[in-house]
Write a protein that binds this ligand. Structure first.
Ligand SMILES: C[S@@+](CC[C@H](N)C(=O)[O-])C[C@H]1O[C@@H](n2cnc3c(N)ncnc32)[C@H](O)[C@@H]1O
Length: 275
């Protein structure tokens, strides 16, 4: 049976240069929390699916310089930016990049020791199909890490109604585009269905309060960028108006100045093995 295309009806973040810059910053914001839990030390070759602008590829190469990495992304715009960012690695033959659909990987069965997927499954219609396809190209004993959002975990104090209303619309809009902003919570079930074994999940968190005021302020800046990256699309879709975006931005700035503010977000890193 022909598989349906994996990509969701729309891509909530868009492909502007600002958005591409945001992906590079985002990768570093999460780097230590994610990669302290990832171990590809036995992987000689890794496939990175939905590699975007190559922001995580750079980190994978820094941490596993001996591994060869094959990248694939659906978007030609992302690939063009990745080709700039990864130029030395491409020239050195450490990395390849190609355009393609994660549901139809252009790689042979039993090829890779490692597979890495980050912030992809929230944007697709058939996450299990993609996980199955990743398993097909992994060797027996190959390891997959899947890093995905779990957006219902977001919390801020003081109560910030415009931000929460915007967040609801952001997630509801992504859901209406046939993505899944809560996919992290279902990852283990999906990986069982896709045929992995020894599945584990870690709940990773950004939790900032009065213990870490500088990190709290930096994270609020990052979070403001993430939320506003969807603003144009949400306004065009009639989901929010500019007044709500302005009020949300004001609330987030106020959080930065509030000496007692709290911001919390958790997501899921799943690991599994092919057999
Ligand atoms: C939020 S970005 C994450 C990029 C990268 N993994 C990172 O963490 O920086 C999601 C990426 O998934 C890509 N994508 C969406 N659907 C895809 C599909 N069916 N096959 C391959 N890539 C896809 C998009 O083009 C986009 O570059």
């Amino acid at each position: 049976m022909e598989k349906k295309t994996a990509v969701a009806d729309g891509y909530i973040h868009g492909f502007t240069q600002d958005e591409q810059d945001r992906l590079f910053k985002q990768a570093r914001v999460h780097e230590e929390i994610i990669f302290s839990q990832v171990d590809f030390s036995n992987a000689q070759n890794i496939v990175e699916i939905g590699s975007g602008v190559g922001a995580q590829t750079l980190i994978l190469n820094e941490r596993y310089p001996e591994a060869h990495i094959d990248c694939l992304d659906f978007s030609n715009e992302q690939i063009a930016r990745a080709r700039q960012a990864l130029k030395p690695l491409l020239q050195a033959g450490k990395v390849t990049i190609q355009q393609g659909d994660a549901l139809h990987l252009p790689f042979e069965d039993d090829t890779y020791d490692g597979a890495y997927i980050s912030w992809l499954l929230e944007h697709v219609q058939d996450p299990i199909g993609i996980l199955e396809e990743a398993r097909r190209v992994l060797k027996a004993g190959g390891v997959i890490y899947v890093n995905e959002v779990f957006n219902s975990t977001f919390y801020v104090h003081p109560y910030s109604p415009a931000t929460l209303k915007y967040w609801f619309e952001f997630n509801d809009y992504q859901w209406s585009l046939k993505g899944d902003p809560f996919v992290g919570g279902k990852l283990a079930n999906y990986m069982i269905k896709a045929g992995y074994q020894n599945i584990t999940t870690k709940v990773l968190t950004h939790q900032y309060d009065n213990r870490t005021p500088k990190k709290r302020s930096q994270f609020i800046d990052y979070w403001t960028g993430l939320l506003t990256s969807g603003a144009e699309g949400l306004i065009q879709a009639g989901r929010v108006d500019q007044d709500l975006v302005n009020e949300m931005t004001r609330e987030l700035q106020a959080l930065k100045k509030d000496p007692d503010s709290v911001i919390f977000f958790a997501w899921i890193l799943a690991r599994g093995e092919a057999f």
